[in-house]
Design a protein. Structure first.
Length: 567
């Protein structure tokens, strides 16, 4: 007997489960396959750690470098960092298409690494030239070093895009899904992969940032470049251990087929009885993919599954561009349902980006001495990372069990609820930042400088928001995505971060311009002691509040994935 299951996969699980599987890697040609090699996953995990150290070694302290070495103004620096960060999260979308359609994961990683390393070398050269006698930047601009830097930054953005898109699926390819033991190891691999990203960011945030600010910027970037070169060498040397899949084609084809077929039949009458719509025989479903139940939303797309006299020949469609299955149609509907949640996440990402821009600028205007130690403002991002780990532990061991007991459903908070909580906590983080900035400005008027330790609460609250929203969002998009669109829907999460960083740059630029008209000092001047960054954070809190209520409206009407299963 067939039944319909509404799925929000992963309910009640830990936030960072060790049993997540990348289903998009299950399918595709098994060309270039060899027996599983236990060294391959370890090489990839070590590679990801070095990649994370290198990437964060560039990005974590970039805004400080632009201000202290290249003498850029605060508003322009924040906008430049936001634009670059946005590009870094945009390029994986193109990297995913290239990997799926043309090169495959291995070649995409390898070719991208060459561009990545070239960018790192260029950035390091720019840092050394900025401090050299030939291109001394003291007291003015340094056009040569600036040009070199931005050239290197965008080479890194291009190269890292290919790596981000292909490395995790490539790691999943190293396990045989037909082997139960390897399936279990594959699940653990995802947990270790996330841990390597976190540890890499923590390493760069503590050690490389300190070296950059206290010893030499060129040396700090040089260490990051060495890590990237080591990662490339390890990847190349590990080639004999890897097994690879050939590209299996673009996942966008099914979407286009539904759109074309529904347009061709735009004048056709859609049957009221959904059982009359075309669906492939359940025993002949593509590669074991799930069959999806019909839903009543986006009814105009049902025309693609409406059977006409010329559509079938011997029970099979004559053209996939004229007749599609109900499952294909529902896959597109599921994709369309994700769009409002995805668009809402762009605004969230724009506000969250303050951690890497205005939070660091705020910290630079504080007393960075705690006892005998000097704390680089960018190092507080490491505190946020540690706080994320702490919040994950608290959620898994305290909050989640308590929620299960309270709701009595064995599930606790749903994924949609967790993302809503994360969006609400972002409002609190901005209010905390605004309060701290107002305290800082008051201390300046009194002839004192507020300690950077006052920033710890806003980073702590921001970490809680990241745990509830960012981690869950990736899981939600993966769970609610159609089988054949897992990769593109997962890439959409990175794409939303990209657009969020661009939106952040736009918001900063507009507010800096509007508040400085008429010759008055704006909210984000070069000297923050003369500005009102606290007002800026209040505006972001207001934007986040509106975004939260919009999210609640969409989430409350969201239709979860419905799968037809056998019982």
């Amino acid at each position: 007997m067939e039944r319909e299951d509404a799925l929000e996969s992963g309910e009640g699980r830990a936030l960072l489960p060790l049993n997540v599987e990348n289903e998009s890697s299950h399918h595709g040609p098994r060309s270039h396959y060899k027996p599983s090699n236990s060294k391959a996953p370890a090489i990839i995990l070590g590679f990801e750690y070095l990649d994370s150290v290198a990437f964060n070694g560039v990005g974590a302290n970039l805004i400080v470098y632009l201000h202290t070495v290249l003498h850029g103004n605060n508003a322009a620096n924040a906008a430049n960092v936001g634009t670059w960060s946005g590009t870094c999260f945009l390029t994986p979308l193109f990297g995913a298409v290239v990997a799926d359609t043309y090169w495959g994961n291995y070649k995409t990683i390898l070719y991208s690494l060459v561009v990545y390393l070239l960018g790192m070398i260029t950035i390091t050269s720019a840092a050394f030239s900025a401090s050299s006698k030939l291109y001394q930047c003291e007291g003015g601009s340094c056009q040569t070093a600036s040009s070199l830097l931005f050239c290197g930054l965008y080479l890194v953005a291009i190269g890292s895009g290919g790596v981000k898109a292909a490395l995790l699926p490539f790691g999943a390819e190293q396990f045989d899904d037909e082997n139960p033991l390897e399936r279990e190891k594959k699940g653990a691999f995802f947990g270790w992969f996330y841990l390597c990203i976190t540890l890499g960011a923590l390493t760069s945030g503590i050690f490389i940032v300190w070296i950059q600010e206290n010893i030499d910027w060129g040396l700090g970037y040089g260490i990051a470049t060495f890590c990237m070169a080591s990662a490339l060498a390890a990847f190349v040397l590990g080639t004999p251990s890897f097994r690879r899949r050939l590209p299996s084609g673009s996942p966008l084809q099914s979407i286009l087929q539904v759109l074309v077929a529904s347009y061709k039949k735009r004048n056709a009458e859609t049957p009221r009885d959904s059982s009359l719509l075309y669906e492939a025989d359940k025993n002949l479903s593509d590669l074991g993919q799930q069959r999806l139940a019909h839903t009543n939303e986006f009814r105009f797309l049902d025309k693609a599954a409406t059977i006409s006299a010329l559509d079938l020949k011997d029970g099979s469609p004559q053209s996939s561009w004229s007749l599609c299955t109900v499952t294909q149609v529902e896959e597109l509907k599921m994709f369309l349902r994700l769009i409002p949640i995805w668009a809402n996440s762009i605004v969230y990402a724009a506000v969250f980006a303050q951690m890497f821009t205005t939070f660091i600028q705020q910290g630079s205007a504080m007393n960075t001495k705690i006892g005998s130690f000097s704390i680089p403002p960018a190092s507080l991002c490491s505190f946020e990372i540690i706080s994320v780990m702490g919040w994950v532990f608290v959620y898994n061991n305290i909050i989640s069990p308590a929620a299960k007991r309270y709701f009595g459903n064995g599930v606790g908070f749903s994924q949609l609820q967790r993302m809503g909580i994360g969006r609400f906590l972002l409002i609190l983080a901005m209010l905390t930042a605004s309060y701290n900035e107002s305290r800082r400005l008051e201390s300046v008027k009194g002839g004192e400088t507020l300690s950077i330790a006052w920033q710890l609460p806003q980073f702590f609250v921001l970490a809680s928001s990241e745990v509830f929203n960012n981690i869950t969002q990736l899981e939600f998009f993966f769970a609610q995505a159609p089988d054949r669109m897992k990769s593109i829907c997962t890439a959409m999460v990175l794409f939303s971060m990209s657009l969020g960083n661009y939106l952040n740059s736009f918001i900063i630029t507009v507010i800096a311009d509007v508040t400085s008209r008429g010759g008055v000092t704006g909210w984000i001047p070069d000297d923050l002691n003369k500005g009102h960054l606290d007002y800026y954070f209040l505006v972001l809190a207001g934007i986040s509040t509106v975004n939260f209520f919009v999210y609640v409206a969409f989430a409350g009407n969201y239709t979860l994935k419905k799968v037809i299963s056998e019982s």
